[in-house]
Design a protein around this ligand. Sequence first.
Ligand code: ATP
Length: 324
Amino acid sequence: MKKIAVFTSGGDSPGMNACVRAVVRGGIYKGLEVFGIIRGYNGMIQGNIIPLQSHSVSNTIQKGGTILKSARSKDFMTPEGRKKAFENIQKLGIEGIVAIGGDGTFRGAAEFYKEYGIPTVGCPGTIDNDLYGTDYTIGYDTAINTALDAIDKIRDTADSHDRVFFIEVMGRDSGYIAIACGIAGGAEIVMVPETLMDSDEVASILQAGWNRSKTSSIIVVAEGDEEGNAQEVAEKIKTLLPNQFDIRVSTLGHIQRGGSPTARDRILASRLGLAAVDGLLAGYKNVMAGVINDQIVFTPFEDTFQKDKPISQEMIEMVKILSI
Ligand code: ATP
């Protein structure tokens, strides 16, 4: 293998640049020519592919977002789109690809591999931490620290004004972000899609707190919770406990996706970027590089998006015990 390409795809996450940097420099270190595909699968289809040198990734390790840009590509979902992508890859003589993204990105990569057989190794780049095959995804640590900073600030107001705050965090169908920043932020209640907690239960916990003279509370709601988003849950509580609490809602939104990556994310991203290059050179294909128990592990793409990575019961139990 002499030529490889790297791209970022799906939602951006802090640490993607550190991962691109590791792929570029790791590849050059191993004697490879490295190309960057701009705007994910769209760039592959449009032939927006550029050679990268070591200096191309200078001064990027600390930056959020992705210097290669990211996109969601409808065209790559079609056989015609993937054919065009393959032709562009073939034209440049690219023999291996590193795909940095989430489960959708790996679904696309698996499909592409099935049709054209170009070896691809993935790196888990998503703040959601919802991928099977790695303990942590690139960007998760930064996202939970950003959310935690916001929760700490909101708690000051909640406490000063005796308010109950419903804070919505990202994570799509997964409660990883919610449970982590809920525990670290000392939330009274954390609502995640992995456990069923309805508004009646939330109301009774708040009522019990009130009876113990607790006048302010933080409830962290994962955006994908089955009971609804933070606004909807707050409305239900206002109906169940009328006039008892001064209830406010804060949806953190995209601030969780940006910003300078934490040291943890930079190190994880660097490690996985190098592992992806080593993996390609060792003959791995159609797999994601991840870290499990601090060891590099390669997991088939299909497993990364088909298998579940449940939140530990211990974490869920912790919220209950620590909020009494
Ligand atoms: P995040 O977890 O941050 O949302 P992601 O990688 O899951 O990141 P998606 O938008 O779901 O983001 O997927 C990225 C791209 O992968 C899609 O825009 C699409 O081009 C491609 N893709 C997803 N699923 C498939 C599929 N089944 N076949 C072909 N391409 C796909």
